[in-house]
Ligand binder design. Sequence first.
Ligand SMILES: [Zn+2]
Length: 128
Amino acid sequence: MHELSLAHSLIEQLLDLAKEHQAERITRVTVTLGPFSGIVRDSFEFGFDNLKQSQPATREAVLKLETPDPVYICLDCNKVSVIPFLVPNDPMDMKYHSLYPKKCPWCCSNRLSPKDGTELILNQVEME
Ligand SMILES: [Zn+2]
C-alpha cells in the first residue's frame, strides 16, 4: 500500500523533527498533497492515524491535508491554467480529471498536460 508507506515516512520525518527541536510532542501537521500525486486522501489519513499511535511524540498529532487546485499547461499555446476539480475531495474525481483534463481556456485545445502537483509536501509542523 503506497499510502501506508508514505504515512510511515511522514511519521519518521516528524519524529526526526521533534528530536531535532527537543519537542515532546507534535500537535499539528499540515501536508500538501499535489493534485496529481495519485495519493488517496482517506487511505493516507487512515494510515497516519494508525501509525501515529505507536509513538508517544506523534500520538496526539492532528493531520491537516491540503490539496491545491490542479495546474495544466497547454501543449498547443503553452499557456498555464488552473482548472479546479469539480469535487476536490473525491479521489476518484481527481483521477478522472487527471486522465481526462478539460479544455484549454485560451485556445480550446484539449492537449493539456498536468503541471507539477505530483508531490507530497510537509508544510507546517506545530510541536511543544
Ligand atoms: Zn491552449
